[in-house]
Design a protein around this ligand. Structure first.
Ligand SMILES: Cc1cc2nc3c(=O)[nH]c(=O)nc-3n(C[C@H](O)[C@H](O)[C@H](O)COP(=O)(O)O)c2cc1C
Length: 198
C-alpha cells in the first residue's frame, strides 16, 4: 500500500451523546478528517439527529462492520498523524485501558499506540456527578468509581492526552495540529478552515 502524500486525522466516535454535537462541529472545522464509528456510535448518531448521509458530505466514514477492523491497516502505512476519540464512552475508555480492541474506536486507539501516533481522548466520565445531554433533554449521571479510575489510568499511557472538557479538547487539538504542521512543514495536512488555526 502506498504512503499518502498528506496524512489525515482519525476521529473515533463512540456511543456517547456527551458533547456529541460540539465534537462533530469541531471535527467539521478541520480538513482531512476520517470518522471511525463504533456500532453504538452509529446508533447514537441517528438518535441525536446526525444521519450518516449528511455526515458523508464532510467526512470519509468507516463503519464498524468487519471482525478484523479492516481499516486499521491504514495505520501501518502512514495514513494518519493523530487519533482523536471524542466523545469516549466509559465502555471504550475501559477497553482502551485494558488493552482490548474489539470496535473501530478501540482498534484505532490500539494501533495508534503500536505505531507511535499521538492520541487525544475526550472521556465522558470525569466527575462523580455530571450533567449530560440525552436525545431529548439534559440529565444528571453519576459515574462510578471504576469509570473515574479508568479515566485516570488512561492518563498514564504514553502519547495519550486525556481531556475532561470540550474546551480542553479544543486546546489539545490546537496544540497537536500546530505540532503536525511543524513536523510536516508547509504542506501540513492539518490546515484548518476556521477558529482553531494557529
Ligand atoms: C442516547 C444514548 C446516549 C448515551 N450516552 C452515553 C454517554 O454519554 N456515556 C457513556 O459512557 N455511554 C453512553 N451511552 C451508552 C453506550 O452507547 C453503550 O455503553 C455502548 O455499549 C458503548 O459502546 P462503544 O463504547 O463501543 O461505543 C449512551 C447510550 C444511548 C442510547
Amino acid at each position: 500500500m502506498d504512503r499518502p502524500e498528506r496524512p489525515r486525522l482519525a476521529w473515533g466516535l463512540t456511543g456517547s451523546g456527551h458533547y456529541l454535537r460540539e465534537c462533530l462541529d469541531l471535527a467539521n472545522e478541520l480538513e482531512d478528517v476520517d470518522l471511525f464509528l463504533s456500532r453504538a456510535g452509529e446508533e447514537v448518531l441517528h438518535m441525536y439527529g446526525h444521519p450518516l448521509t449528511g455526515l458523508r458530505e464532510g467526512f470519509r466514514i468507516f463503519r464498524d462492520n468487519t471482525a478484523s477492523a479492516a481499516p486499521v491497516g491504514l495505520f501501518y502505512h502512514g495514513h494518519y498523524h493523530t487519533v482523536v476519540i471524542a466523545p469516549a464512552t466509559s465502555n471504550t475508555v475501559a477497553k482502551c485501558v485494558a488493552g482490548i480492541s474489539d470496535s473501530l474506536p478501540t482498534n484505532i486507539f490500539a494501533q495508534a499506540g503500536k505505531c507511535r501516533i499521538p492520541s487525544i481522548v475526550f472521556a465522558c466520565d470525569t466527575a462523580p456527578q455530571m450533567e449530560t445531554e440525552s436525545p431529548s433533554d439534559w440529565v444528571t449521571v453519576y459515574p462510578r468509581p471504576i469509570d473515574l479510575e479508568n479515566t485516570r489510568r488512561l492518563t498514564d499511557f504514553d502519547q495519550v492526552v486525556v481531556v475532561e472538557t470540550f474546551d480542553a479538547l479544543q486546546a489539545a487539538l490546537r496544540t497537536r495540529l500546530a505540532a503536525v504542521e511543524r513536523e510536516l512543514g508547509a504542506t501540513a495536512p492539518a490546515r484548518q478552515r476556521s477558529g482553531l488555526a494557529t
